[in-house]
Design a binder for this molecule. Sequence first.
Ligand SMILES: [Zn+2]
Ligand SMILES: [Zn+2]
Length: 256
Amino acid sequence: MFCPSCNNTLQKLSVTTNGRGRFNVDHCGHCGGTWFDPYEINRVPFHEVTRLASITVIPKHPISREDSLHCPRDRKLMAHFHGDSVPRGVVLHRCPQCFGIWATQKALAEFKKHQEEIVTEYKISHKPFPALSMIFAPAIALVLLLITTAVTILNFAQTQDNRSRAEELVKQIFVQNITSSSVLLSFQTVSPVKSYISYGETPLDFRSQTISKELKTTHYILLNYLTPSTAYQYQLTLNDAKNAFTTPIAYFTTSQ
Ligand SMILES: [Zn+2]
Ligand SMILES: [Zn+2]
C-alpha cells in the first residue's frame, strides 16, 4: 500500500493496545502519516502514537497537499471526517468505502490527546460516559463500538484483546460454493462456542445471523439472497458461554 499523502510505501508496524492486544497499522516513514482499518484508531493508545512519531524523521520540506487524498486500500476519494470526537482544526480523512482512516502525524497526536483527555475527565468525575460519538471517530455499529469501548477505555488488567482472542479461537475460515447470490462459510474453533455472523456491504448495513445455536467446534452457514458481483464485509462473534469475542472484518465477493 502507498501513502495517500506522499506516495511512499507504507510500512506495517505492530502496536500494543491497553488490553495487551496487538494489531498492525500501516505507517509512512516519510511523512509520518498512519492508516487505520475501521475501529483501530480508537484502540491505539496515546503512548503508541508517541512511539510512532519518534520513529519517523519528518523531512523539513513540506510534503504534498492534504486535500483530495485517495484510500490506500481501494483508491476511493477520502472525505474529511468531522464528528464530535474530532477537535476543531484537526483533519482526519475517512474512506467512504472501507471506513479506514488516514491521519497525519500531527492530526493523530491531537485527536488521541483529545480522546484521552475526555476519557480521563469522565473517569475522574465518575460521570456517566457521554455519547460514544463524543469519544470515538466512526459512528458505526454500536455493538462493535461497545466492544472496542471496553478495550480502549476501561483498561482493566484482565481485559483481553477481544479480536486477537477471536482470532486465536478460529482456526481458519473457508468461503466456498460462491455463486451470484450465495456463499457457504465454514470454520472450526479450537474450543466449543456459539457463533454468529454480521455481514453487509458496509458495517453500516450489517445484518446478523446465528450460525451455531449450541456450543460447537465445527460451524457452517449458507448465506443467501446476496447481490451478484458484490464485495461483502463480515465479522464473526464467538460466545464461549462466558465471553463474546468478535473477529476483525474479513471479506468475500459474490460471482457475476
Ligand atoms: Zn507519506
Ligand atoms: Zn478504502
